[in-house]
Design a protein around this ligand. Structure first.
Ligand code: CP3
Length: 343
């Protein structure tokens, strides 16, 4: 996939308009996805490669995103440790049995890649037809642990009480994540994103010890194979720390202007983001205006990918997502910028 906008931007050598995709693009707000949800349980959608592949393609076909993200979930991986996983309406994901003691961590079975093999099959199927790069992904170990403990407050209380056992669990999750992502790359994923969504709930010292330390191991193992993007809510707060682990790209939350973040992150690391997901609930002309303002602010940047600062909201109108994507695709760079006009 030479000369591709998305992969070029990840390598910080894009000279055309920036590529665009949005987090959680393969579900939620899409009417076609809601049709699938009427017919199948969520766990069925995640575990059947043909259905998961079809859903992955929806935002590519309907909206024209520049990259596809695998339809799966950051919690799929826990099945490899023998946990049960269910998505309960209005309550969110439930993992059972819930971990409440250090003894349960010691007793965890070793990670079995066979239990998540359907993800490999989904990627293999997708690669037969997909014309844009495919993003594989996994959760950050701290975020996955938050769900294993049934909440971010629970996991934080545990880590202050039993730091050694917490590290043991995070190390097990890290090693599992590395082999899970290696499997995704071997099947054809062109880039990877780590979602450490809850890491921003930690104070800096604990963030370094319980989140970043593990993200670093994953980035170092996988970056040799494909570009790796890291996302955390709190990424703008911890931008310098995230840059130090050497990801290919940092996906920024929406609080701090991208231009200011660019000054904090070394030029060889690409940036992704960072429109507010609630912006897509605004009138279409406001969506266009704010998207254009972001493009103007980042004009000429060779390592920039347009995205939201967090996942697209379920109530978002498809028309507004299209308005955002069209604004990026039809953007005419200023004559002074090094981006050349492309349509
Ligand atoms: O980007 C994509 O569309 C690809 C697929 C994807 C899903 N989840 C599908 C999904 C991705 C990348 C995720 C990541 C994920 N999952 C995160 C990290 C990103 C973030 O938003 O911070 C987290 C924290 C989860 C855990 C999770 N899965 C929650 C909290 C929920 C319930 C609420 C919700 O987000 O809808 C899920 C279920 C889930 N994962 C759905 C989908 C499409 C549910 C949709 C439905 O109810 O039909």
């Amino acid at each position: 996939m030479d000369g591709n906008l998305f992969l070029d931007a990840l390598a910080c050598r894009n000279v055309s308009r920036p590529p665009v995709w949005i987090m959680r693009q393969a579900g939620r707000y899409l009417p076609q996805y809601q049709e699938f949800r009427k017919k199948y349980a969520l766990t069925e959608l995640f575990s059947h490669p043909d259905l998961a592949a079809e859903i992955t393609l929806l935002p590519i076909d309907a909206i024209g995103m520049d990259a596809a993200i695998l339809f799966s979930d950051i919690l799929t991986i826990v099945k490899g440790f023998g946990f049960g996983l269910d998505f309960v309406e209005k309550k969110g994901p439930q993992i059972f049995p819930r971990i409440t003691s250090a003894a349960q961590i010691q007793a965890l079975p070793s990670f079995d890649l066979e239990k998540v093999r359907h993800v490999q099959k989904t990627i293999t199927l997708l690669k037969e037809t997909l014309l844009v790069p495919l993003i594989g992904f996994a959760g950050g170990p701290f975020t996955v642990a938050s769900y294993i403990f049934g909440g971010v407050s629970e996991v934080k209380a545990f880590l202050y009480n039993y730091p050694q056992e917490m590290h043991l669990l995070l190390q097990k999750l890290t090693e599992a994540t590395i082999s899970y992502l290696q499997m995704q790359v071997a099947a054809g994923a062109n880039a990877l994103q780590l979602f450490d969504s809850w890491a921003g709930m930690l104070p800096l010292e604990e963030f370094n010890k319980f989140s970043l330390h593990y993200l670093k191991q994953i980035v170092e193992s996988l970056k040799k194979l494909v570009p790796v993007i890291v996302f955390a809510r709190g990424s703008s707060l911890f931008a310098e720390e995230l840059a130090e682990i050497g990801p290919s790209c940092i996906s920024m939350d929406f609080q701090v202007p991208m231009k200011d973040l660019r000054k904090k992150v070394p030029k060889h690391i690409a940036l992704q983001g960072n429109l507010d997901p609630e912006l897509l609930l605004a009138p279409e002309d406001i969506v266009r205006q704010k998207t254009k303002a972001l493009l103007d602010a980042m004009a000429g940047e060779p390592g920039f990918i347009v995205n939201l600062g967090h996942g697209v909201l379920p109530a978002t109108l498809v028309e507004n997502v299209k308005a955002m994507v069209d604004t990026v695709k039809s953007y005419q760079p200023m004559a002074s910028s090094s981006w050349t006009a492309t349509i």
